[in-house]
Design a protein around this ligand. Structure first.
Ligand SMILES: Cc1cc2nc3c(=O)[nH]c(=O)nc-3n(C[C@H](O)[C@H](O)[C@H](O)COP(=O)(O)OP(=O)(O)OC[C@H]3O[C@@H](n4cnc5c(N)ncnc54)[C@H](O)[C@@H]3O)c2cc1C
Length: 266
């Protein structure tokens, strides 16, 4: 544990407990929080003790609660019949984090950390996930998961706003999906991840993550050609350079991966 400035720890069991003081942060699985010094954090408020179901299945779709670990999401029974379900496992495998981390890390924690290579975020964005956000004053707001990140590791969440759950509509869960990933090192963090969804009405959704600072979402009312999607992806904003890949490499490979996804889903 790298946190050295933490002087207080609280277990939250009610909404009132979620009121944060300036130095407090929400603790979910702790896999990121405990991995860096985070010297500005003086207190932790544990969400794992909130009385929230990890997963709720209804006719409307799937609700992923803030306490749901990646491992719990992957245990969702296959008999539910949602064709998009394999996307969750594909996304988990696209993380650098192994199955050991999946047992602790939450899906919502991955979304809130909002790294460009947040593959659970990519899956939820591809499936039109919407975050239910509890505001500190008692209000509730909703935001598409795809627009929650404002950059690589930053979000639109204000201090004290808690993501209660992510709702995935059944319409999206009935689509066919695919994921492609590339990294400079075989076991390295992703340099580019492209996910896609094809719906029964012929519409297509393509999402680029890891290669762009925040998710890039492209939508098509009818199946596009692979070449058209590759061109559209490469014309997008937000490609960047870091140790995991250069901007021009990311732009190029994201186009290649997007074209492959269209071929697979067409
Ligand atoms: C070995 C390893 C490999 C990793 N590989 C990857 C990778 O490939 N790609 C990637 O993107 N990330 C990676 N990560 C980081 C990853 O994003 C997190 O470890 C994990 O997904 C965070 O989930 P958690 O439940 O542990 O969150 P925590 O560490 O508990 O919290 C993460 C952040 O989200 C906030 N938060 C959590 N829940 C909520 C909520 N409900 N409402 C509001 N804020 C909340 C916390 O305050 C904190 O700021 C890796 C981490 C490790 C340790």
């Amino acid at each position: 544990m790298d946190l050295t400035a933490v002087a207080a720890y609280r277990r939250a069991t009610t909404r009132q407990d979620l009121a944060l003081s300036p130095g407090e942060r929400f603790l979910a699985g702790g896999t990121w929080l405990f991995s860096e010094p985070n010297r500005d954090i003086t207190g932790l408020v544990d969400l794992s003790t909130m009385p929230w179901a990890p997963l709720e299945v209804s006719q409307d779709g799937l609700r992923i609660g803030a306490t749901c670990t990646i491992a719990q999401l992957l245990e969702l029974p296959a008999h539910l019949g949602w064709r998009a379900q394999p996307l969750f496992e594909d996304a988990a495998n696209a993380l650098l984090a192994s199955f050991k981390i999946w047992n602790e890390a939450t899906v919502v924690g991955n979304v809130c950390r909002a790294y460009a290579a947040a593959a659970m975020l990519a899956a939820c964005a591809t499936l039109d996930g919407v975050a239910e956000i509890w505001e500190p004053g008692g209000g509730t707001r909703h935001e598409p998961v795809a627009s929650l990140p404002t950059g690589n590791g930053t979000t639109s969440l204000a201090h004290g706003e808690a993501v209660r759950a992510i709702d995935i509509p059944s319409r999206a869960l009935e689509g066919r999906t695919a994921l492609r990933k590339i990294a400079l090192a075989e076991l390295g963090r992703s340099g580019a991840v492209v996910t896609g969804r094809a719906d029964a009405d012929g519409s297509f959704t393509i999402v680029v993550t890891a290669a762009t600072l925040k998710p890039t979402v492209l939508r098509y009312p009818i199946p596009p050609s692979p070449a058209r999607v590759a061109d559209d992806v490469r014309a997008s904003d937000g490609f960047y350079t870091d140790a995991l890949g250069s901007e021009d490499w990311r732009r190029h490979v994201a186009g290649v991966l997007a074209a492959e996804i269209v071929e697979e889903l067409s």
